[in-house]
Design a protein around this ligand. Structure first.
Ligand code: SAH
Length: 291
């Protein structure tokens, strides 16, 4: 963990009038910053940024968001950068404890939602175990908001009545020993976090479990940021197509027919003047809302 960081002094974001909670000395607020686009952070998050005197943030938190912090706030980076190993989870939690015990107003800022594959539960538990009071501020998770920015609805009535969020890594950083057969049979749409490293194994397990080789897959990297890229492929081609691309993590991988909806819902493409590719991508043969 290193102290940092230069930032633009633009403490100009305005919070609407309202009865916003006060971040008191000795407290830690654990807050999700959303997947990237600063506009996806919540107003509670902005309220926290405007009060915190120290902010401990992760690699996936966009710098634009940090520019809304108080100009005198101390920014502490707690994530991977430049090939350095990431700060140990327990060290981060204990740093938060120390800062709170020193009477600071502490904001712990994490990408997406702090409780979705973000170890927020562990951090908050450690704080409580050390008698540090916490507040949790949810955020928009990449597996929902990031897919929406790619024009993929995470549920869609013609496609899925369930969705499964899966991590491609377990605590040791290795592939999970999940029951892929059960997952495959139990859920029409799978949303995989941290899946790039082990995509070959994951795709193989799903094919073995009977998912169709031509099932649509989308890989969305740096979702909701200016660098967002989307690769549309299929389960049998996803590995080769990722290899042939220049795509790098962070990536959300969506497996399921809802990926086809992008043909009509790629609203970011529309902003660039691209027309919809297909107004009836699921082949309903009738208007979207006619039963
Ligand atoms: N708490 C976060 C997830 C943290 S795990 C959340 O709710 O979104 C980190 C993983 O999240 C990344 O490896 C990637 O799979 C996903 N992720 C987070 N931000 C992303 C983004 N902007 N674009 C694509 N994937 C993202």
């Amino acid at each position: 963990m290193t102290d940092s960081t230069p930032r633009a002094a633009s403490h100009s974001a305005v919070l609407p009038t309202g009865d916003w909670p006060e971040l008191l000395p000795g407290w830690v607020w654990l807050c999700g910053a959303g997947p990237g686009d600063p506009g996806l952070m919540t107003l509670h998050g902005l309220n926290a940024l405007q009060q915190a005197d120290v902010i401990v943030y992760d690699a996936l938190v966009q710098k634009d968001i940090l520019a809304w912090a108080r100009p005198d706030a101390e920014l502490i980076y707690a994530g991977k950068r430049g090939g350095k190993p990431s700060a140990k989870q327990q060290d981060i939690s204990l740093t938060l404890v120390d800062l709170a015990k020193a009477g600071r107003r502490v904001l712990r800022l994490k990408g997406g939602d702090p409780f979705v594959f973000g170890r927020g539960g562990e951090e908050a538990q450690t704080l409580v175990q050390h008698d540090v009071p916490v507040r949790i501020i949810p955020g928009i998770s990449a597996g929902i908001g990031g897919l929406a920015y790619a024009g993929i609805p995470v549920t869609h009535r013609d496609v899925n009545q369930s969705v499964t969020f899966v991590t491609g890594h377990d605590q040791t950083g290795e592939t999970t020993n999940l029951n892929w057969k059960a997952i495959s049979q139990g859920s029409q749409v799978l949303v995989i976090y941290m899946g790039m490293k082990h995509i070959a194994r994951i795709a193989g397990a799903l094919l073995d479990a009977g998912r169709a080789a031509d099932e649509p897959v989308a890989v969305v990297t740096e979702a909701t940021t200016k660098n967002q890229q989307v690769l549309e492929t299929t389960l049998e081609n996803v590995v080769a197509d990722i290899e042939a691309s220049d795509l790098e993590p962070p990536a959300i991988i969506c497996i399921g027919r809802s990926v086809k909806m992008r043909q009509v819902l790629d609203w970011q493409g529309m902003l660039e003047g691209k027309p919809a590719r297909n107004l009836d991508p699921l082949g309903r043969g009738r208007p979207a809302e006619e039963r």
